[in-house]
Design a protein around this ligand. Structure first.
Ligand SMILES: Cc1cc2nc3c(=O)[nH]c(=O)nc-3n(C[C@H](O)[C@H](O)[C@H](O)COP(=O)(O)OP(=O)(O)OC[C@H]3O[C@@H](n4cnc5c(N)ncnc54)[C@H](O)[C@@H]3O)c2cc1C
Length: 402
């Protein structure tokens, strides 16, 4: 007979790891199983493209908490174990070792799967995506003075790896289908700012180029693009990720671009919740369904899910938030801007310290502080408010007075 758990958490990343703790912190006394395909205990994934790449730190140093926390709080852990089937009717899951576990509640926190480039030669060695600790350690081990690193894609992960590879003395080229990088997240003007930042640090860009193939003997030696061939010792593919929703879809849960959940993280099956990168969740502040691929979202949704299970009524009612560090640039972004929104800059971008606002129809949709700190609360308070561009730009007016 299948072992029975009060709650099974499927996926032991940031969301799953936080959910286990939030359940115990919230006084949940039933049994919990935390199951993750990654052999490591939950860790802080953003460090993989920052501390691990830049400083060569051990991903184990980024663990959310010590491994002894789990047994001490009566959380059964099955790391290095994949859930192969979710039977919503029977409230049962099957593991890759053939065992089954029964559950009262299930929390799905299976994260995202990086997209691969589907071209000839993609199975050569030294071509990587970056999602887990193993990927980060492999990529880092191939950095070296003068090594030729080609990064395909100019999203957050691609640019953070570019900065780290450059820092390690590599020759770095970023291949972009369209320019500038980060255009879909930040729009053209601020995307160009990031492109200039990288160019100033010696990164080369090949723009408006499709990757058409890789060649080499065992490992990659060259990347073919529609703009010409590039020599390469290491390729990092950073062209985005898709939510890992196979289990949810085959269990018959409502899925769109993610697992559809309400503001309490409940899916279309009342005994299954979904959080983090996979959750297409109803945001009550913005009054729209959102799927967000950022750590803060996974942590906070895990806390909401735990509250839902323990009988509370917390809801998904906050603005998205994330940050990045590249070279000497550190930034935080709050809100939900679109690439076509108007951009208003407060301060001088050439100083490296400024704030960007995105506005739509006169209302602030998002804000980003670059190398200016402790302004998060003021910026958050401005989202959704109507403030003229002239006032937003005027540094003589305190943020709190806008
Ligand atoms: C390199 C990198 C850098 C990042 N940097 C930032 C940043 O600076 N700022 C920011 O806000 N966000 C950043 N992110 C995004 C952030 O890490 C994610 O949004 C966050 O990890 C999502 O949490 P999650 O719990 O939904 O998924 P994850 O943390 O991805 O965890 C999902 C886990 O589920 C496991 N899993 C999947 N399927 C199964 C299955 N069938 N059975 C068992 N286990 C399964 C996976 O192995 C994985 O460990 C970064 C991501 C990466 C990869």
């Amino acid at each position: 007979m299948a072992q029975q758990f009060g709650t099974v958490i499927i996926g032991a990343g940031i969301g799953g790891g936080t959910a286990a703790k939030a359940l115990r912190d919230g006084g949940y006394t039933s049994s919990i199983a935390l199951i993750g395909a990654d052999p490591a205990a939950p860790y802080y994934r953003p460090d993989l493209s920052k501390k691990v790449m830049l400083e060569g730190s051990d991903p184990g140093d980024s663990a959310l908490r010590g491994e002894d926390w789990y047994p001490a709080h009566d959380v059964t852990t099955l790391f290095g174990t994949t859930v192969t089937e979710l039977d919503a009717k029977q409230q049962n899951i099957t593991l890759d070792n053939g065992e089954s576990l029964a559950y009262g509640q299930a929390i799905l926190a299976t994260g995202s799967t990086p997209r691969a480039v589907d071209v000839d030669g993609a199975d050569l060695g030294n071509i990587h995506t970056l999602r887990d600790a193993g990927d980060a350690v492999s990529i880092r081990s191939q950095f070296g003075q003068g090594n030729k690193v080609v990064i395909i894609g100019g999203g957050w992960i691609g640019l953070e790896v570019a900065a780290a590879a450059k820092n390690a003395g590599c020759h770095v080229t970023v291949v972009l289908r369209s320019s500038p990088p980060l255009k879909s997240a930040l729009g053209t003007e601020i995307g160009q700012y990031f492109e200039e930042l990288h160019r100033a640090n010696g990164v080369e860009f090949v723009t408006d180029a499709d990757t058409t193939g890789f060649s080499g003997t065992k490992t990659v030696e060259s990347v073919q693009t529609s703009a010409g061939d590039l020599p390469a010792d290491l390729v990092v593919v950073g062209i985005g990720a898709d939510p890992t929703i196979g289990l949810a879809a085959s269990a018959g849960l409502d899925t769109e671009d993610g697992v559809v959940v309400d503001e309490h993280m409940r899916s279309s099956d009342p005994s299954i919740l979904a959080i983090g990168d996979i959750a297409a969740a109803q945001n009550t502040l913005l009054n729209q369904r959102l799927r967000v691929e950022h750590w803060d979202n996974a942590v906070r949704q895990a806390e909401v899910a735990a509250t839902t299970i323990t009988g509370g009524d917390s809801e998904y009612d906050w603005q998205p938030y994330f940050y990045t560090d590249q070279y000497d640039l550190g930034m935080e972004y709050v809100g939900h801007g679109a690439s076509g929104d108007d951009v208003v800059i407060r301060g001088d971008t050439s100083s490296g310290e400024f704030i960007v606002f995105w506005t739509r129809g006169g209302s602030v949709t998002a804000a980003m502080n670059v190398n200016i700190w402790d302004v998060g609360d003021e910026l958050r308070a401005l989202i959704g408010r109507s403030v003229s561009a002239a006032r937003l730009q005027d540094e003589s007016i305190e943020l709190a007075e806008l």
